[in-house]
Design a protein around this ligand. Sequence first.
Ligand SMILES: *Cc1c(COP(=O)(O)O)cnc(C)c1O
Length: 338
Amino acid sequence: MDLSRFPRRQYTEGFSAIEFLPNFTRALGGPKVWIKRDDMLGLAPGGNKTRKLEFLMGDALAKGADTLITCGAPQSNHCRITLSAAVKEGLKCRFVIEERVPNSYDPNASGNNFMYRLLGVEAITVVPGGTNMAEAMEKMAAEARSQGRKPYIIPGGGSNAVGGLGYVACAQELQQQLFEMGQPMDYVVVGSGSSGTHGGLVAGFLGNNIRIPLVGIGVSRDPSDQNPLVLKEAQAIMDLLQTGIRVPQEAVVSHGDWWRPKYSVPNPAMVEAVQMLARTEAILLDPVYTGKIMAGLIGLSRKGFFKPEDNVLFLHTGGATALHAYESVILGDPLAAK
Ligand SMILES: *Cc1c(COP(=O)(O)O)cnc(C)c1O
């Protein structure tokens, strides 16, 4: 799949590392767990949104934008990394924050909220959960235009066809790395939220004939709601690339057993996963996404879905900045983790 005809800004030098996790593998009792360090991507501290923003920013700059507008939850990694990209490129950045949990936005909170202020966000509008975010961002863009700006709207999570190209690029990078390592994988475990990451990998795997099954772990929806979103994203990417490939429904698999009680709200399996990886490998997960995604990997291993001899690659999508806003939960305050 030829991505070179799409404008792109490069925010990471080289490939993100793939590492074997010997201590974690031993603690879990198998499968053999590997990790791809997309938490180490550029735009300090980066994460999966960095890859999407390489293409989104390429597009924004090609269109002459001077102001980015995006949206997210109160502790949004996507908002923070979009702001970082704006800073790097000399653009301004404004957010619409959706309070999916009522009264959860505290401008003085730690974690990503602190980073919004440190990095110099231009404006934040907070709206209640369930608000039409596309409309809210349109309104913000109209206001920016009336101030003489050229706004560029980035959807939640950067998950549209252009952003998804970042994970087609990741699929190609992964294929090259596994070839150079001479290491086949039996599964790749990926988080599934706004679906640009999962959908981009589905498109990239199909388009490059990578036959490793992708196991999505939902962070906010059960498979019946999540899989159609991922399928739609993967198809939109295929269409943008003009591959002529129709993405079959079977290419999208996800599990919905680890995100409850609610998006971004802690559960004990997440706390266990965050502590386990920190204490075996000194790698930090996050409470909203990768803690629950790793809880999925742990749960599927204990259920026997992954066999002890399997090689399973966990895509670490980042997010550890949010840990600081959840310290009491992560350190095992049992009331908070319920
Ligand atoms: C946004 C995010 C995800 C989910 O990725 P999507 O492309 O939105 O599905 C996973 N992990 C982290 C740390 C994130 O910030």
